[in-house]
Design a protein around this ligand. Structure first.
Ligand code: ACO
Length: 334
């Protein structure tokens, strides 16, 4: 059986930076509240009038990843695209990438697992490589949140958390079984779907019904029971790390870099304290980007790699938790 390893990384965020002070002009919030509860200082939002979308940002990140992998577009065999904010209700963004990057008419799938989207996407791509079906897979996480948030005081509990951006990697076949993705573990618990959800538009509640409600139906804005989600997140992140390490006969002492999904700096710090990780064993960038959901892990991984924080042979654990609920881990020997 083959193994898979990341051979190219890239990310893209819009230039437009929105600080907490900027948000306080749109809604009743303030920098102190946001930083104290979440660690977020600023996020990037696609500005009005821009042509950027989840697909275009994903394409920009993917182009960088393909170049850094030293490959050409004709070498890519398959596309896995993770997002909760697709350009269209259907088709998914994966097919747009095939067109935008002028790739051959290869297969493309979309992954709908929210904050765990990138972990699910990487795991999916890993299976296709391990079986020998594909050699080089483009794995993308991208989110255009800002156009779907309630930017009034009514939506402040969610609106301040999210940012726009995209990250991508090329996952390639290797015959070295000591390197690359060592394991992936995926979980879901659908009974909590309503705790973090966008209800509409859906086949149950389609657009004409929303319009007819004259603004009273706000089910198209994200809803989150923040405290409930937070309590589950700290437990599931911890479980995800341990499950990945234990499956590989490793312990926290073997860990060189933990890259958590960037949901809230307080969640990451809780996990860091629990496992007594040094500052150089964890990478957080939610302070600058907010929660970019399916893009957050791959943006963080790319940024950490660009800063030279990831070295050959390092043991890296990626872990995510989010809406669904879904959670999971990826263990990588770099
Ligand atoms: N500015 C100022 N005040 C605010 C804001 C804001 N932006 N938002 C909420 N408040 C107020 C509330 O109205 C409330 O006021 P009240 O006490 O008068 O009613 C008070 O602040 C406390 O609100 P809580 O929601 O209880 O605040 P909490 O301490 O729980 O923090 C937070 C909220 C940051 C959202 C936290 O619950 C959290 O991070 N949850 C987990 C997020 C997460 O892990 N998400 C998973 C991934 S996301 C995905 O999958 C899409």
């Amino acid at each position: 059986m083959y193994n898979s390893k990341i051979t190219g990384l890239g990310f893209y965020v819009p230039d437009n930076v929105i600080t907490n002070d900027d948000l306080s002009k749109m809604m009743d919030t303030n920098d102190e509240w946001i930083q104290e509860r979440t660690g977020i200082k600023e996020r990037h939002w696609i500005p009005e009038g821009s042509d950027d979308t989840s697909a275009t940002m994903g394409a920009k990140a993917a182009k960088i990843a393909i170049e850094r992998a030293g490959l050409s577009k004709d070498d890519i065999d398959f596309i896995v695209f993770a997002t909760l904010s697709p350009d269209y209700y259907f088709p998914g963004c994966g097919v747009q990438i095939q067109d935008m990057l002028e790739l051959p008419t290869i297969g493309a799938i979309d992954i709908r697992n929210q904050c765990s989207g990138f972990v699910y996407a990487l795991s999916t791509a890993d299976q296709f490589i391990k079986t020998g079906m594909y050699k080089n897979i483009l794995v993308i996480g991208s989110e255009y949140h800002s156009n779907g948030l309630d930017k009034t005081t009514r939506g402040r509990g969610v609106g301040v958390l999210f940012g726009d951006g995209a990250g991508a990697c090329v996952l390639s076949r290797t015959e070295d079984n000591t390197k690359g993705i060592l394991s992936t573990h995926l979980h879901s618990q659908g009974k909590y779907a309503d705790k973090l959800v966008v209800h509409s538009p859906s086949i149950k509640n389609w657009v004409p019904k929303i319009i007819a409600s004259n603004g009273e139906d706000i089910s198209y804005f994200p809803y989150m029971d923040g405290t409930f989600v937070f309590k589950h997140a700290v437990v599931r992140f911890s479980e995800a790390i341990m499950e990945g390490l234990t499956a590989n006969n490793l312990t926290v002492n073997d860990l060189d870099m933990f890259i958590p999904h960037q949901a809230n700096l307080r969640i990451s710090q809780f996990v860091q304290r629990k496992f007594k990780l040094r500052d150089d064993q964890i990478y957080n960038n939610i302070m600058q980007y907010g929660n970019t959901t399916a893009a957050s892990i791959i943006i963080a991984l790319t940024e950490a790699w660009e800063k030279g924080k990831i070295k050959d042979n390092d043991l890296i654990v990626l872990a995510a938790f989010g809406s669904g609920f879904t959670w999971g881990s990826v263990v990588i020997r770099w």
